[in-house]
Every structure is written in structure tokens, then in C-alpha cells.
Design a protein around this ligand. Structure first.
Ligand code: ATP
Ligand code: AMO
Length: 466
């Protein structure tokens, strides 16, 4: 077969070489009848191609053929790499391809609902272009999501899904090295696993059932079955009522459950090492991707410490109080106070990634272990990036009588979770774990403002399509 070159690898090193590329025709313009310029894009990388009419090189017929190709069509181009004297604007590669052969492999419709070039511009670029009187349509979020496959073609989106893949990959690799095993838990379950009402109900062969709100019950049961240290990467379903920038109805959960010897800090230790390693490796391995995301959506690199800061909930409340924010010392933090605390922590400790632990028991799920020294508090924690929650975790109640009492106190019908509670009657080790929202990690690591930007085909209270 012929040797293909990727657009991303077109550099000065290939000067004077004949290359063969396949990509999408992005911008095509004829200059008189003897010349045409067009940009070819492949996986978010672009190169300028030049077609010049000259004997033995290209005919006027070729220019006509090329300029008739619709935007976003797939083209094959054979040409010679040259280095122009001036920098090329509007292409990622700083070399040109002098076209010898061009072939349209498959045509895109002449009229597209999204212009990919416009969709790729940053807010600053849009403002500038509008000021310069350029005709341009700002692509809104709904249009992007309605025609997601076009929107996905922008360099930032090409990068986002590579980063997201790396987050899941780094989660997996780190844990496999630490003697965890990956398991799969049922997504069709009999009742709510978090004790909330936000469940999708369905009919399971005439039996009431629902889509799992989390792998909570089964990951703990895996521990009762002596699997020791487990993790899960899989879909989580929440029938969210509120339409926010950070809630989806279906997201990807990264879950951990592990035996603990003495203290729930053992779970926080795993969080600490796992995430510091993840952030380090993301910065190292995804340099290009993070740059591409930042070009469209500017952000500052995440500030995090070598040893993750741990504050108690009481310390957090105290910091808020000193800043003039009054919050219920035994209640939950609302979105705004979480944000404020994030800012205060950054000022005082210089980190945008930290753990808040020892939450009031009343605001945590029924399976959370109360603090042995004060039952108003619990052996639980949340983890934040830039003032927003990415993780919830805790030590669990492993005493069946206490578990039953806690479930009842939280208004749960214990009959609906009897097999789970019974699992603890045959001897269970002390254990704990966490649940991480994959999309939230990517969104907040990259300083993005909406979770829909990091979900390939998002499901939210208003969207079930595409
Ligand atoms: P978790 O399920 O672990 O709590 P979460 O990030 O989904 O994770 P929520 O319980 O949904 O958190 O909300 C956390 C806090 O954010 C709550 O205390 C609540 O007051 C606040 N909150 C939730 N939804 C909204 C919303 N739509 N607008 C403003 N605040 C909200
Ligand atoms: P929790 O309900 O806090 O905890 O969920 C864990 C993490 O999942 C993410 N998350 C969401 N992401 C997108 N859209 C949503 N609607 C949404 N809801 C939650 C957040 C959150 O921190 N069983 C426990 C975890 C545990 O204790 O192991 C649980 O589900 O990042």
C-alpha cells in the first residue's frame, strides 16, 4: 500500500518530500483561475495546501474540481512539502503542501448546520472577528450538542476526549499497580443505592427496578466477598431534577472500595497518591491536548500540592466564618460556600485541590460510618477541585445492626436492600471507598465551565438525543 502521513506530523523535517494525506477540506478558496488554497484538517490538526496551475503540475481543470469540493468532505492529497517564508495563519502546521493530486473521497452536504472553523474559535477571537466586521455565527451550546459530530471536530474537543481517556486510564493503571482489581457491578438493581429519590425506574420482567445510582451496594458486597480492594469504571444514572452546569443524568463513575485496617485516612491516602500521580501524568502526557483546550477555553494549570491538603469540615466552617460567611455547622455546604471555601483555601494554602473530611453525619448517606468519638460527625470526606466537588468518600458501616438502624433513620425501607444488609451478617471487614465523577475531573482540571463540554453525548434533564 501507499505510505500515508498524518497532518500532525507535517513539519519542516519533511521539506521537499512527497507526502500523501487524508483529511477534511476545511476552507477552500480560489485565487483567480490558476490557484486555489485550502486547509486540510485531520484530528484537529490543519495544514495549508496550495494548488497552482503549471505544466506537469496541475491543470485548470484540477482547480475547478478542487474548489467545487464542499467543506468537511474527505479528500486525499498527494503533494510536496514546502516551507513558506512567512508564518501561516489559520493552520496548526507551519509547512505547506504543494498539491500534485487531489481526490475527493466522500462529499459532505453543501450546507452544514455548524461551521467547524467558527465552532473552534475562542470567545476572545469571536469578539475580535465581530469587531473587525467579519460575518460569523456564534455557535451556541444547544446547536453544538444537536450536531455533536460536527462540534466534536474542533481541536479543543479532539483534545478533551483524549484527556478524558487518559484520566480513566491513569485511574485504572495506578490502582492495578496497587493491588486493586477491576470489577463490574449490575446497573439494573432493585432499588435506590444512595437513598435518594433521583432514580430512573423501570420494569424488570414485571418487577420494579431501577438504573443504578452508583455501584455502592455491590462494591461493598464485593468486599464482604473478600475481594479486598476493588474498583469500577462504569455508567451511573441519576434522575436529576435540576439543570445545572455540573449535573448529568448519566455520567461515568470511577469507584473504589477497599478494606481498611485502622482509619478512614487510609482511603484518603489512596486519593492523595492516585490524584497527584494523575495530575502529574496528565500535565506530562497531555501537553498538546491541554494546550489545544486552553486555546479555545483559556485556563490556568491546576495548582496542587505534593501532599494533598486535608482540612476537617469544622476547620472549613471556621475559615468561612472568619471570612464573614455563616453556615450551619451541622448542615451541608451549598454550591456557593463550597466555591468561597475553595478561594479561601487557595489564598491560604496555595492549592486548588484539597480534601474536606469529618462531615456532619446528618448530611451523608445511610451507609456512612459515624465518628467513634462524636456521632454528630462521620468518617467521610469530599474532594474539591477549584471549589467544586469531584469525589465523595467514606468509611462504611460494617455492623449489620447499626447499618439497619442507620438506613431506617434515613427513611429507607430496609426490605428494598435486605440482601445488601444481610451481606454484613456473615462477617465483614472494616472498609471504605470513594466515588469520582469522571466528567467532573476533566471539566475542573481544565477549568471548563460546563459538564456538557466533557460528555461525548450528554444526558441531562432536557436531553436524550443525539
Ligand atoms: P453529591 O451527590 O455527593 O452531593 P453533588 O455535587 O451532585 O454530589 P449535590 O448533593 O447535588 O452534590 O449538591 C451539593 C450542594 O450543592 C448541595 O448542598 C446543594 O445545596 C447544592 N446544589 C445542588 N444542586 C443545586 C442547584 N441546582 N443550584 C444550586 N445549588 C445546588
Ligand atoms: P456521590 O453521590 O457524591 O457519591 O457521587 C460521587 C461523585 O460523582 C459525581 N457526580 C456527578 N457527576 C455528574 N452528574 C451528576 N449528576 C453527578 N452526581 C454525582 C461527583 C460526585 O463527587 N456512593 C457514593 C460514593 C462513595 O461514597 O463511594 C456516591 O455516589 O463527582
Amino acid at each position: 500500500g501507499r505510505v500515508w502521513t498524518t497532518v500532525s506530523s507535517l513539519t519542516e523535517e519533511l521539506k521537499d518530500r512527497t507526502v500523501l494525506i487524508r483529511g477534511r477540506a476545511q476552507a477552500i478558496r480560489a485565487v483567480g483561475k490558476k490557484m486555489a488554497f485550502f486547509t486540510v484538517r485531520e484530528k484537529g490538526y490543519t495544514v495549508q495546501c496550495v494548488l497552482t496551475v503549471a505544466p506537469d503540475i496541475a491543470s485548470a481543470q484540477m482547480v475547478k474540481y478542487a474548489t467545487a469540493i464542499s467543506k468537511e468532505s474527505f479528500v486525499d492529497i498527494e503533494g510536496v512539502v514546502t516551507v513558506p517564508p512567512e508564518a501561516i495563519k489559520g493552520a496548526s502546521q507551519q509547512v505547506e503542501v504543494q498539491v500534485r493530486k487531489i481526490h475527493c473521497v466522500n462529499r459532505a452536504a453543501a450546507i452544514l448546520p455548524i461551521n467547524v472553523e467558527d465552532a473552534a474559535r475562542s470567545e476572545v477571537e469571536i469578539e475580535k472577528a465581530l469587531e473587525a466586521g467579519e460575518q460569523l455565527v456564534r455557535v451556541n451550546q444547544d446547536t453544538r450538542l444537536n450536531y455533536r459530530i460536527l462540534d466534536l471536530r474542533t481541536p479543543a474537543n479532539q483534545a478533551i476526549y483524549r484527556v478524558e481517556c487518559q484520566v480513566a486510564n491513569l485511574f485504572r493503571q495506578y490502582l492495578l499497580n496497587e493491588d486493586f482489581i477491576e470489577i463490574n457491578t449490575p446497573k439494573l438493581i432493585a432499588g435506590s443505592s444512595e437513598g435518594g429519590a433521583a432514580v430512573f425506574k423501570l420494569d424488570y420482567k414485571k418487577q420494579p427496578a431501577c438504573l443504578a445510582q452508583s455501584p455502592q451496594l455491590h462494591k461493598q458486597m464485593a468486599i464482604c466477598g473478600d475481594l479486598g480492594r476493588v474498583f469500577i469504571v462504569g455508567p451511573v444514572f441519576r434522575a436529576e431534577d435540576s439543570y445545572t452546569h455540573r449535573h448529568l443524568c448519566e455520567f461515568t463513575g470511577l469507584d473504589i472500595e477497599m478494606e481498611i485496617k485502622e482509619h478512614y485516612s487510609e482511603v484518603m491516602d489512596v486519593v492523595d497518591r492516585l490524584f497527584v500521580n494523575m495530575f502529574d501524568k496528565l500535565n506530562e502526557r497531555c501537553k498538546k491536548e491541554l494546550e489545544a483546550i486552553g486555546k479555545q477555553y483559556p485556563f490556568t494549570p491546576l495548582k496542587y500540592l505534593r501532599n494533598t491538603l486535608r482540612l476537617t469540615f469544622e476547620e472549613g466552617i471556621q475559615m468561612l466564618k472568619e471570612a464573614g460567611v455563616e453556615v450551619d455547622p451541622l448542615g451541608d455546604l451549598n454550591t456557593e460556600s463550597e466555591r468561597t471555601l475553595g478561594k479561601l483555601v487557595l489564598e491560604k494554602y496555595g492549592t486548588e485541590f484539597y480534601i474536606l473530611h469529618r462531615y456532619p453525619l446528618a448530611v451523608r448517606p445511610f451507609y456512612t460510618m459515624p465518628c467513634p468519638d462524636n456521632a454528630l460527625y462521620s468518617n467521610s470526606f469530599d474532594v474539591f477541585i477549584r471549589g467544586e466537588e469531584i469525589i465523595s468518600g467514606a468509611q462504611r458501616v460494617h455492623i449489620p445492626e447499626l447499618l439497619e438502624a442507620r438506613a431506617t433513620a434515613c427513611g429507607i425501607d430496609v426490605k428494598t436492600i435486605s440482601s445488601y444488609i444481610d451481606s454484613f451478617r456473615y462477617g465483614a471487614p472494616p472498609h471504605g471507598g470513594i466515588g469520582v465523577g469522571l466528567e467532573r475531573v476533566v471539566m475542573l482540571f481544565c477549568g471548563l465551565d460546563n459538564i456538557r463540554k466533557v460528555s461525548l453525548f450528554p444526558r441531562d434533564p432536557r436531553r436524550l438525543e443525539p
